[in-house]
Design a protein around this ligand. Structure first.
Ligand SMILES: Cc1cc2nc3c(=O)[nH]c(=O)nc-3n(C[C@H](O)[C@H](O)[C@H](O)COP(=O)(O)O)c2cc1C
Length: 139
């Protein structure tokens, strides 16, 4: 069984991620080779959970199958805040969560293939703003 120590995203972290468009999503394969993509279909569903639509994942999906972890980063130039969020993921290709993400995606674009719903359980949050607190863990 995978043990997940979830943490809650404070409001300022959620604000930065919600404003970040598109969101960089980093994965790694089982050898540690990194990969980063942009994602538009990413939403925060509660303090501990983020959903991402896999419409076109290729290396990202292969990486998640081997190593189900993601890191995202956001930067808000207005408030001068930046955060990294890391967590483990579940991949859903059917069931109520998949159907819910599919309905959200298809409400914006019916052309999206909606291969899978990637559900990220937040485990670590870091301040990524330049300055004396850069890199410090906040949750
Ligand atoms: C602006 C932008 C937004 C994107 N949004 C998504 C998305 O929401 N979902 C998705 O599956 N791919 C999205 N893509 C495609 C991925 O960034 C990427 O091309 C795809 O996962 C294949 O790369 P990979 O082999 O590294 O996984 C987007 C690409 C761009 C440029």
């Amino acid at each position: 069984m995978v043990v997940i120590d979830m943490v809650k995203m404070p409001p300022e972290v959620q604000e930065v991620i919600n404003k970040q468009k598109p969101v960089p999503v980093a994965t790694a394969d089982s050898n540690g080779k990194p990969n980063v993509i942009f994602v538009t279909f990413l939403r925060i569903v509660d303090d501990e959970t983020i959903q991402i639509a896999d419409n076109f994942f290729n290396k990202t999906r292969a990486n998640l199958n081997e190593n189900p972890q993601i890191s995202i980063v956001g930067y808000d130039s207005e408030t001068k805040r930046s955060f990294q969020v890391k967590g483990k993921v579940d991949i859903m290709t059917e069931g109520p969560v998949y159907e819910d993400v599919k309905a959200w995606v298809h409400a914006r674009s019916k052309a999206m293939p909606m291969i899978a719903a990637v559900v990220m359980h937040v485990e670590e949050i870091y301040n990524a703003m330049y300055g004396s607190d850069a890199g410090k863990r906040i949750a």
